[in-house]
Design a binder for this molecule. Structure first.
Ligand code: UDP
Ligand code: MN
Length: 597
């Protein structure tokens, strides 16, 4: 009895010991598993997206709760409705702040920084799903003297409408603003409201391009997103952008840019969407959507040139392209540089219609940023881009600018040219023919179709060139001392034998014609009228004649003594009837008679 009791106690003890050991083991196993999982999660976060495997499941990224709570909001400017300041005593302040900022900054202060926006996407976007496993982003926002509430509204809108797990960080770059509330008060605001925001502060003004680069250098996420400092992102804006980058890492993507109206903060679409382009003074232009994009309003489409302010690009691809040319100063041209690089060096650029971001386009009466640069940085930037990327097409840019570029030194371009070599980038001709294939047709460079253009110098009186002698609406033409710049003379001496077979002020609508059709009749400027036989001219290269009229019997003759020009029966070996056109397009001129109107 005692003995069996003893055995029972031992059994119980053994049982207890085994239990305890088992308990400890299971516990340890669970603990290690958790720790390992944690480690795994950490590892996943540390490994760049592109170097780890990821699931290809799709998910609906809409933040339904946030959208519902936005829908319930009420107040000034909510839902992107136009807002007005009714208090008459504030009119002057409103006016002054509007002029200074280029938008209604006083109204901005009165609208909630968390305001709701209208969901103006195509309805189809609401149903679209994107990869559940997306890369993280560093959002980079340069600012220079940005109005405080517009700046923080930009950040609030990002926080409110972006999945938190996708935002690694938001980097504000202060381009040496001199507004006091952008210093300590902004630091404090960020400290209290935005744990993921960091501020880089420049010690001198370096411009938007340097600021974006500084942000990109600091950024650690898989994807860089560049933003302006006066934007509001719309519902579900980020996943559709990242989805495209996951599909192809060498993709840069732009959201559709909506308009936040500068006076009322009304939020509207710009238009149905368009493709980006430029004209030959390098103003940003737009090309119509292709039929395929019109048919499918939710699908990303190829975009030749980004607008510049808002886009996402994988960090690796951005640096493979060497970021921006760091010789670009202050503002401008960088959208061309990066777009050319992206396309010509093996990538692609897309506009994503289901991703929408509002941007305040400044009003025309904006007094502008204070200018501390004396030099013409914009054209210097353009020249850098043209020299490195545009091959022979750069000449169109130069011709259109009438001499601006000749005086400008583009600076050292070795690094940029070497990059183009290293990446085996395609030619600009390839870009124009394959990507921006409708650009030349839509924005034809002047002179591209001219038979001859530029200064027209008299052979018999070589000091003299054909000249309008005054305002073109005075209608007079004659000869005058040739200007020194023969390729880019002023408009008074810049002529073209145009594709319409007339002789006109280059790129303008003033054509040479005689008052009557008799010998010795004076030549005047008339409004060009296509097909008018009395405006027909031809350049005979062999005889150096400017031949006039449908029968081609008359030739332009200089009268240096009176500074007139007249037409008379053509005579050979008569130097006052001979002219040198500074630039002749021989191949085109060979086809002159085939293309007669
Ligand atoms: N910006 C800057 N430094 C400058 C000029 C502009 O940091 O010297 C910033 C500006 O605050 C804005 C962005 O760059 O966030 C683009 O400038 P802006 O909005 O004036 O250009 P736009 O949108 O009119 O092309
Ligand atoms: Mn802007």
């Amino acid at each position: 009895m005692r003995y069996s009791h003893y055995i029972n106690v031992v059994r119980l003890l053994i049982f207890l010991i085994i239990g305890a050991v088992l308990f400890l083991l299971v516990n340890q196993w669970i603990y290690t598993r958790e720790a390992l999982e944690g480690l795994e999660i950490e590892l996943i976060q540390k490994t760049p997206y592109w170097q780890r495997s990821h699931k290809r499941e799709l998910k609906d990224w809409h933040d339904v709760e946030a959208m519902a709570s936005d829908a319930a909001r009420n107040g000034l400017g909510e839902h992107g409705k136009p807002a007005y300041i009714t208090n008459l005593s504030k009119r002057k302040l409103e006016h002054d702040l509007s002029k200074k900022n280029g938008f209604n900054a006083l109204l901005s202060d009165m609208i909630s920084v968390n305001r709701s926006l209208p969901d103006i996407r195509d309805q189809g976007c609401q149903k679209l799903k994107y990869f559940a496993d997306l890369p993280t982003v560093s959002i980079i926002i340069p600012f220079y003297n940005e109005h405080f509430s517009a700046l923080v509204r930009s950040v609030h809108s990002i926080i409110n409408r972006t999945p938190a797990e996708l935002i690694k960080e938001i980097i504000l770059v202060d381009d040496f603003s001199d507004v006091s509330n952008l210093k300590k008060p902004l630091d404090e605001y960020v400290e209290q409201n935005f744990p993921k925001v960091d501020i880089i502060r420049f010690r001198k003004r370096q411009g938007l391009i340097a600021a974006r680069l500084a942000g990109a250098v600091k950024a650690v996420a898989d994807v860089l997103v560049f933003m302006d400092s006066h934007v509001e992102v719309n519902y579900n804006w980020l996943p559709p952008l990242l989805h495209e980058i996951v599909l192809n890492k060498r993709t840069a993507v732009c959201p559709m840019i909506d308009v936040i109206e500068d006076a009322t903060f009304e939020y509207t679409a710009q238009d149905e969407g368009a493709r980006g382009a430029f004209d030959w003074i390098l103003d940003y232009k737009r090309l119509p959507l292709l039929e395929s994009a019109k048919k499918n309003r939710t699908q990303p489409f190829e975009n030749p040139i980004m607008a510049g302010g808002l886009f996402a690009i994988s960090r690796e691809w951005f640096w493979e392209l060497d970021g921006y040319d760091d010789g670009l100063d202050i503002w401008g041209g960088e959208q061309y540089e990066l777009s050319f690089k992206i396309w010509m060096c093996g990538g692609r650029l897309l506009d994503v219609p289901c991703s929408r971001v509002g941007h305040i386009f400044r009003s025309d009466n904006w007094t502008g940023v204070s200018e501390d640069r004396k030099e013409d940085y914009l054209h210097k930037n353009y020249k850098r881009v043209a020299e490195v990327w545009m091959d022979d097409y750069k000449n169109y840019v130069y011709k259109h600018a009438r001499g601006i570029y000749e005086k400008l030194d583009a600076g050292d371009l070795t690094k940029q040219l070497a990059l183009r070599e290293k990446l085996h980038c395609k030619s600009f001709k390839w870009f124009i023919e394959n990507v921006a294939f409708d650009l030349v047709k839509t924005y034809p460079p002047k002179g591209i179709t001219d038979f001859a253009y530029g200064q027209v110098r008299s052979v018999g009186a070589p000091k003299f060139c054909l000249d309008t002698l005054g305002r073109p609406d005075y209608r007079i033409v004659g000869v005058k001392d040739c200007e020194a710049t023969s390729i880019f003379p002023s408009r008074r001496q810049d002529w073209s034998l145009s594709e319409d077979h007339d002789l006109r002020m280059r790129g303008e609508e003033y054509c040479l014609q005689t008052a009557d059709h008799k010998p010795d009749s004076q030549v005047l400027l008339y409004d060009c009228s296509y097909g008018n036989k009395n405006q027909l001219w031809y350049y005979n290269r062999r005889r150096k004649w400017l031949v006039y009229g449908p029968k081609r019997l008359f030739c332009l003759e200089a009268r240096p003594a009176s500074k007139h020009v007249v037409v008379n029966r053509c005579r050979t070996n008569f130097p006052l009837m001979q002219w040198d056109f500074v630039h002749v397009n021989n191949t085109l001129l060979d086809t002159y008679f085939e293309t007669m109107p």
